[in-house]
Design a protein around this ligand. Structure first.
Ligand SMILES: Cc1ncc(COP(=O)(O)O)c(C=O)c1O
Length: 430
């Protein structure tokens, strides 16, 4: 194992795969952001306060009154069958056809990602992600030791011209990509939605190069503006492994996600889940089934969207007011996140300590790239803090950024107009 100095007395015992698990340095810094005096734009928390506790209480009570013994029991590995019907309905609300038998329920979409990594990735295998990409997916993938090939995004999503180039190169090296992982709607962290043309092109290329597509769609129903795009699964059921979750439309704390996939893949995932946890919580699955069966979940999503839309607008307006002409940012049509690109001499991870002293926090962009990139970028969350807090947070952040700019000026940096792309392949917004 690594000869590097470590305070961990168990260093020699760990499996090699732990060395590719991403550093906790930023997590340590961010752990202070729970302090009430810090405005955290760093998390990715849905606003669960928007739920009426009475509704949740009644739902839980009715589950326990109706069948407490089943709720407290183990359940089938593939999930509580009645809930699958609700999940089919949720997918239909986005125009994605699915049958209950195409679904395996997981412990959040995160478990789906972990199980996909487990059944597909051998050390050294090639896989493709967007750049930036969801950090939880990168972590799951990296622990199985693949070569990740990040493909830059622009405002239309993953650049399929670069994807094509990479797929061809990998075939040339006899290391064809196993799968392409994408978050097509309101991307975490980039806030971007993949255009219809790119969706079609992505699937064409996947077909041409015979690789699978992993479509991770936690945010699709949280659209504030514009028209929905077709899901990749609805365009090519035979090649797409679809991941859904109740975390953003119901309760992240219930830990309910699902995978919809071709049946042979579902069979392998089932074996992998069996050894991971036997089954997901029967209790929370029954609660979710009751909630989606008898409550106005569509109305609740509308309510959430109204709150998030206001918060997104507050963030975009505050960015314009305080950082217009200094930074670029994406303008998400839904979801939870804005991606900000600063001038390339500002390193967002180095600036984080100063931001925390100024009582505001964000996630530096580097965490969303498997190897390098994102140094001058940050992810901002708008779902959790209220509008006034968001405005104040951006104001504090802009002071920190402007201070960095004045330092850079003093050091003789040429401060051009707006930042372009910095590092390797990341998104610049409008
Ligand atoms: C893109 C993406 N995929 C998966 C997840 C995991 O969600 P879950 O709570 O269902 O595990 C998240 C959570 O933020 C996410 O942003």
């Amino acid at each position: 194992m690594s000869p590097k100095f470590s305070l961990d007395p168990f260093e020699e015992q760990y499996a090699h795969r732990t060395s590719s698990m991403l550093s906790s340095e930023i997590r340590d810094l961010l752990s202070v952001t729970a302090r009430p005096d810090i405005i955290s734009l760093a998390g990715g928390l849905p606003f669960t306060q928007a739920f009426d506790p009475e509704i949740i209480l009644n739902t839980v009570r009715s589950v326990l009154e109706h069948d407490h013994a089943a709720a407290l029991q183990y359940g089938p590995t593939d999930g509580y069958a009645p809930l699958k019907h609700n999940l089919v309905e949720i997918m239909a609300a986005e125009g994605t056809p699915c049958f209950p038998e195409d679904i395996m329920i997981t412990n959040g979409a995160q478990q789906g990602l972990e199980l996909i990594a487990k059944i597909f990735i051998n050390p050294g295998d090639s896989i493709i992600t967007e750049a930036p990409s969801y950090v939880g997916a990168l972590n799951s993938f990296l622990s199985y030791q693949p070569h990740i090939h990040p493909i830059a995004m622009d405002e239309h999503g993953m650049r399929t011209d670069l994807l094509e180039q990479t797929l061809a190169e990998l075939v040339g090296k006899d290391a064809p990509a196993k799968f392409i992982y994408v978050v097509p709607n309101f991307h975490n962290p980039a806030g971007i939605t993949m255009s219809r043309e790119r969706r079609f092109r992505l699937l064409e290329l996947a077909h041409e190069y015979d690789c699978l597509v992993v479509e991770d769609n936690p945010y699709g129903l949280l659209r504030f503006d514009g028209e929905p795009e077709p899901s990749l699964r609805s365009l090519d059921e035979g090649r797409v492994i679809y991941l859904g979750t109740l975390s953003k439309i119901f309760a992240a704390g219930m830990r309910i996600g699902w995978v919809a996939a071709p049946h042979p893949i579902l069979d392998k995932l089932l074996l992998a889940k069996q050894s991971a946890d036997l089954c997901s919580s029967t209790f929370t699955q029954m609660v979710a089934h009751r909630y989606f069966g008898s409550e106005d979940w569509r109305g609740q999503i509308e309510h959430l969207k109204e709150i998030y839309r206001g918060r997104r607008d507050a963030m975009l307006e505050a960015l314009e007011e305080h950082l217009g002409g200094i930074a670029r940012w994406t303008r998400p049509q839904g979801g939870l996140f804005v991606w900000v690109t600063l001038p390339d001499f500002i390193k967002a991870s180095e600036m984080l300590a100063a931001a925390i002293s100024a009582k505001v926090a964000y996630v530096p962009g580097t965490g969303f790239f498997p190897y390098a990139g994102g140094e001058c970028c940050m992810r901002l969350n708008f779902s959790y803090a209220d509008e006034e807090t968001i405005r104040e947070g951006i104001k504090r952040l802009s002071k920190v950024i402007k201070h960095e700019l004045s330092l850079a000026r003093a050091l003789g940096y040429d401060i051009g107009p707006l930042p372009g792309e910095c590092g390797t392949g990341e998104v610049t917004g409008g």
